[in-house]
Design a protein. Structure first.
Length: 158
C-alpha cells in the first residue's frame, strides 16, 4: 500500500488492518471468477489516459436488493477536482445493472469531506449519522449513511 498512515486515517482506515498484497490479489482472483449473483465484492478501476487513478467497489452485496459502495481517488493531484463525481456517474449505473440493485448505500467517514460532498452532488439521500466500525480495515468512527434507489437513479442525469 502506497498510502501513508495519515491519509488512510483521514479516510477512516488503519494501515495495519490492510491485508498483505498477495492476499488481496488472491481474493480478487476468486471474486473475478464468480458470476454476479455470487459476488461478495466487486471492484471497478478508474483510468485516465489508460493509467489507474482510483477505484470504486461494492461489498455487502445482496444480489437483486442492495450493496454498499466505496470510492477512492488514489492520485493525490487528481483529488478534489470533481473527478469522483464523473467517475461515479459511469460506475453507479453499472452496479445497479450488473447486481440488479434496488438500493445503493454509501457510508463514508463523517470527517472525510470529499466523499460526503460527492454523494450529495450525485443525488444520494442523507439518511443519518451514526457511530460504528464500518469494516475490517476501520476504527470506530461516525459515518454518514447515504442511499440511492433505482427509482432515484432513473431521475438523475447519468
Amino acid at each position: 500500500v502506497l498510502a501513508d498512515d495519515k491519509y488512510l486515517y483521514g479516510m477512516g482506515a488503519l494501515k495495519n488492518k490492510l491485508l498483505p498484497r498477495e492476499e488481496w490479489i488472491r481474493l480478487l482472483q476468486v471474486e473475478i471468477a464468480k458470476p454476479y449473483i455470487e459476488k461478495e465484492f466487486y471492484y471497478l478501476i478508474w483510468l485516465i489516459d489508460n493509467q489507474p487513478v482510483g477505484h470504486s467497489n461494492v461489498n455487502n452485496i445482496h444480489y437483486g436488493d442492495s450493496a454498499t459502495m466505496h470510492l477512492h481517488v488514489w492520485d493525490q493531484q487528481k483529488r478534489m477536482k470533481g473527478m469522483g463525481v464523473e467517475f461515479l456517474k459511469k460506475t453507479i449505473p453499472l452496479y445497479f445493472e450488473k447486481l440488479m440493485l434496488k438500493k445503493l448505500i454509501c457510508e463514508p467517514y463523517s470527517q472525510n469531506v470529499a466523499p460526503n460532498k460527492t454523494l450529495s452532488k450525485l443525488g444520494f439521500t442523507f439518511i443519518r449519522a451514526y457511530e460504528t466500525v464500518p469494516g475490517w480495515i476501520n476504527y470506530r468512527q461516525v459515518v454518514n449513511r447515504y442511499e440511492l434507489t433505482a427509482i432515484q437513479l432513473k431521475e438523475l442525469d447519468f
